[in-house]
Design a protein around this ligand. Structure first.
Ligand code: PLP
Length: 484
């Protein structure tokens, strides 16, 4: 990047303002050009494992280096070895967007460098978080009695939610006494479908309940949790002396975006006294559309819901919102105030450190605020609606082609399909679909990922980037047909 300082930094003090300004302009120019033409880069780089590390010195420099050299090395080394999530041909996993307003907010977040652990350590960050999660709650059509907190990821939000579910079993006194060495504590169990995200298991392991603390239930033909199986599993576990504590229902599973029937699951949870956590990390964004609201029936009855604006709501990673009905349970689980963090009575609107594992809190609300304001409700709705339309267009192309088969319904913006010409064996269809994926990703024009649906290997085309248009989806379909 041209015109930035060529001289080495001084031994003391910060970068001079003029140097910062020049480098800052160069960085913004680079970002603007990048965002205008992300297709300039391969979406999936041809990097070999270890290649980037091998191009870097073994140790940090002894003396500071000129900013110009650092920026040149960024340009030379980093983008070419980056998987470009901002590329409109990015269809893998769940497509996301580092949007322009979000990027600008990230710069300001870094500039302010607020650590909003306490209200007094970040009054604007704390209060803006309350306001923006309240706005988001209304946009999603959730009732006003949900309280919201911003975490880094859905994995962390679900960890916090399940810790609260465990804390809600007050007779177990887990906070005070822990779990190991206690014959008075039964095995605890969390239920989810076989399609639920692996973060549920990871979080249950972290909470000390072990892998066997999760019971994954089979799904129906539409890959939804089967409610009668859930009821039977709970009854069986109780009879065997296991204590059920929570159910995780998913609105938009990772593999196929299937939708668990939250309303009857909520009814089971109410009857059985179980905490209901809804994982809407990806699918939650769809609730901005009134026409999609029936998919979400019953989520308003949950004890907690996770929804990631950094997935399908155009907010740069990371930003995960955890909505909870009873924030006091979270506080009971997590609040711990050493002397050096006490604040005068009446000082705090709220201290964010009380609602999760992390003490330090980034000012993530600022980027959500920028995104919600820049696009507005109508703009967010239009973009999400368009992604869903594009997925329907692509699904129709797959359905019409005799050599391709769709493997799951398409309620949101992800299509799961395979190459399966008439008469080929299951094994041959799998080999050919896997080869197709390799060839597609080798083009550098598109990046798709794979999954298994009830054992059948398939490809996922997930639309979620703000820059993806019908032309990009059509190009993906053209490549798929050519390379199959
Ligand atoms: N839940 C669902 C349904 C997901 O699809 C994902 C990731 O794709 C997660 C949870 C985990 O998200 P995160 O990376 O924010 O922890």
């Amino acid at each position: 990047m041209s015109d930035t300082a060529q001289s080495a930094p001084a031994l003391l003090g910060e970068m001079p303002g003029a140097e910062f300004r020049a480098a800052g302009h160069a960085v913004i120019d680079w970002i603007a050009a990048y965002l205008e033409h992300p297709e300039h880069w391969r979406v999936l780089p041809e990097t070999r494992p270890g290649e980037v590390a091998a191009a870097l010195p073994a140790a940090a420099p002894e003396r500071g280096e000129p900013m110009a050299r650092i920026l040149d090395d960024f340009e030379r080394l980093i983008p070419a070895h980056t998987t470009h999530w901002n590329h409109p041909g990015f269809f893998a996993y769940f497509g996301i967007t580092g949007s322009a307003p979000g990027i600008l907010a990230e710069s300001l977040i870094a500039a302010l460098n607020v650590n909003a652990m306490l209200w007094r350590s970040g009054p604007a960050a704390t209060e803006l978080e309350q306001v923006t999660v309240g706005w988001l709650r209304s946009l999603l059509g959730l009732p006003a009695d949900f309280d919201g907190h911003i975490n880094d990821t859905a994995s962390s939000s679900t960890l916090v939610a399940l810790a609260a579910a465990r804390e809600a079993q007050t007779d177990l006194r887990v906070r005070a006494e822990g779990l190991p060495g206690r014959p008075d504590v039964p095995r605890l169990r969390v239920y989810c479908s076989e399609e639920a995200h692996s973060s549920v298991d990871k979080d249950v392991i972290t909470l000390g309940l072990g892998m066997s603390g999760v019971r994954r239930l089979p799904t129906d033909a539409a890959l939804r949790m089967d409610v009668s199986t859930l009821e039977r599993a709970i009854a069986e576990d109780r009879a065997a002396g296991v204590r059920p504590i929570a159910v995780v229902a998913t609105l938009g599973t990772t593999s196929t975006t299937s939708i668990d029937p939250v309303l009857p699951i909520a009814e089971v949870c109410r009857r059985e006294g179980l905490w209901l956590h809804v994982d809407a990390a990806y699918g939650g964004a769809g609730a901005v559309l009134p026409e999609l609201r029936p998919c979400y029936d019953g989520w308003e009855l949950a004890d907690s819901i996770v929804m990631n604006p950094h997935k399908w709501l155009f907010t740069p990673i990371d930003c995960s919102v955890l909505f909870v009905r009873r924030p006091e349970v979270l506080k009971r689980a997590f609040s711990l105030v050493p002397e050096y963090l006490t604040t005068p009575q009446g000082d705090a609107v709220r201290n964010l450190m009380d609602y999760g594992v992390a003490l330090g809190r980034r000012f993530r609300a600022l980027k959500l605020w920028f995104v919600l304001r820049y696009y507005g409700q109508v703009g967010l709705q239009a973009r999400i609606r368009e992604h869903i339309r594009l997925a329907q267009v692509f699904a129709a192309w797959v359905d019409e082609h005799p050599d391709f088969e769709r493997l799951a319904p398409v309620p949101f913006s992800t299509v799961v399909f395979r190459h399966c010409p008439p008469g080929v064996s299951e094994a041959a269809a799998e080999v050919s679909t896997a080869r197709l994926l390799e060839r597609l990703n080798a083009t550098g024009e598109v990046f798709l990922s794979h999954t298994r649906v009830k054992g059948t290997y398939g490809l996922r085309l997930a639309i979620g980037n703000i820059r993806t248009t019908e032309a990009h989806v059509a190009r993906a379909w053209e490549l798929i047909q050519q390379l199959a």
